[in-house]
Design a binder for this molecule. Sequence first.
Ligand code: SF4
Ligand code: SF4
Length: 77
Amino acid sequence: MEDGRRLHWYGDRCIRCGLCVGICPFDALTLEDGMIKIDHDKCTLCGLCVKGCPVAALAIRPQLEEIARERGVSLEA
Ligand code: SF4
Ligand code: SF4
């Protein structure tokens, strides 16, 4: 979804319960090799998985911020 935000998974918080995979109505999440994979083309940013995760390991955040975080780049001046 191209509205400047996207779903992000925090692997350091996730307890691999798999709840979010079952919650997503759009089949955008999979649990593979201990990692939650997000299909950003399928994700509509509905937020259901964010609400359903018991440990706040999913969040919808600005896309630029997330890309920078994943690449280890600081956006701070
Ligand atoms: S935000 Fe909605 S569509 Fe996106 S992965 Fe979570 S439940 Fe699925
Ligand atoms: S619901 Fe949360 S803790 Fe459970 S697998 Fe998904 S992201 Fe991880």
